[in-house]
Design a protein around this ligand. Sequence first.
Ligand SMILES: Cc1cc2nc3c(=O)[nH]c(=O)nc-3n(C[C@H](O)[C@H](O)[C@H](O)COP(=O)(O)OP(=O)(O)OC[C@H]3O[C@@H](n4cnc5c(N)ncnc54)[C@H](O)[C@@H]3O)c2cc1C
Length: 462
Amino acid sequence: MKTQWIDELGQRVPLSRQPQDLQTYGRDWTRVYVPRPSAVVFPRHAEEVCEILQFCSQHGIAVVPSGGRTGLSAGAVAAEGELVLSLERLRDLGEVDPFGLTLTTGAGVTNHEVHVHCEHLGLTWPVDLASKGSCQVGGNLATNAGGIRVLRYGHARHWVTGLQVALMDGTLLNLGNAVQKDNVGPDLRQLMIGSEGILGIITRATLRLALLPTDRQVLFLAVDGMEAGLELLRHARIQGRFQLQAFEYMGRNCLEAVIKAQGVPSPFGGSGELPPAAVLIEVEGRLDGELDRWLEQVMAQKLVQDGLVAKSSADINRLWAYRDNITESLGRLGLMHKNDISVEVGRLAEFVHTLEKEVAPTFPGELYLFGHLGDGNLHINVMKPSATDPEEFWDGCHVADMQLYELLHKLGGSVSAEHGIGLLKKSALGFSRGPAEVATMRAVKKALDPEGLLNPGKVFDL
Ligand SMILES: Cc1cc2nc3c(=O)[nH]c(=O)nc-3n(C[C@H](O)[C@H](O)[C@H](O)COP(=O)(O)OP(=O)(O)OC[C@H]3O[C@@H](n4cnc5c(N)ncnc54)[C@H](O)[C@@H]3O)c2cc1C
């Protein structure tokens, strides 16, 4: 392989070919593909990003944008000798604008750093996910991240007023700024959000901020399974006179995985058997006993078997940790195949019923279900049995996936609620997007990146 271009590029911008860096920056959280990038570049500002892209366009070099590498769909994987472009040095973090409640930040600032930056003003960027310590604002926007507060605030795309984006030919676009109302033609900023690094590289963003919720109430409730969890949600929505911040679900085996991997006790105390499932509910505001009244009602109706109410912020953190640590804990148990699906909340019971009866038995391993129940979003994880060969396992999962996607198609659901398509879910795209829509996506891609050099092979093939 000719590598002269790497030396040439390395003379202009910080670049690494260290084997450890190639391994680290050539992959995300998925473990399906072997990382094989040619090199990793670390631009220090947007102009350097443009210079790199222009250089790569001229030399026909494929580029993979890389954020915090917490992605779960192999969107940031470089397995074909691509150049990885890390955004981690774009770390300018501006002051909060106290009039418009906005904040301008470099793409490489982590989600958590943004939260900490605004917290002392009683403000937050309400995009909140368990990977917040590592995922970056650029990655959050490139994936249109969801997370635990979508129920209340919606996805990341609702919390952006401006975006700076570098195109593959080196053009730098400034799409909006801190102005809140701005209807001037088609919104290219929204086109870039969620495009998984195939249309442009986000270098900077102006984020909208929300008031940090005060008087947080957190309940951790034992339920008899998904249907009971959904019934509880219906009750909370209709009878609960309170604002839900989060409504999260986890099956018993997910809870067991957290207890084992993190070495923590059962949230319900004692050494008795765990319930079939648990629901974590967060509610905001002063409630004047409303939450207690609701809890009494659902206990009386036997929708809840057991429950805990957080009494302090330490309690809140402790209970949230059971939910936040699921992905990481499952990862420690062994190889996992992941699906991240959604259906209308009202059809979730029907979906789960068919999933359990018809689709689950076709997967070559045990299913671990958890997710953002309030959004109709379930993470379906399949554990590789220790005796099964990995290739055989992935192949078996792929076959079962097709049945899962057929079911989703029938119910009008989505094959990717939050994680995106990347490399991993390409075969699923057609179940949630029609041929004309995919053709239009391809046309947009070709207009911006005619040679297909930016994050090639992700989302669809050209
Ligand atoms: C424990 C855990 C919990 C998670 N929980 C959630 C959750 O609740 N909700 C959710 O939505 N996701 C969740 N995720 C997935 C992941 O954290 C999100 O998709 C996140 O937004 C990815 O950000 P990142 O910076 O890590 O991006 P990366 O993984 O580095 O990249 C993701 C994609 O974006 C592209 N990209 C990255 N930066 C840029 C940029 N600056 N410009 C253009 N393209 C770019 C990459 O090429 C890739 O296609 C979770 C992951 C983990 C490990």
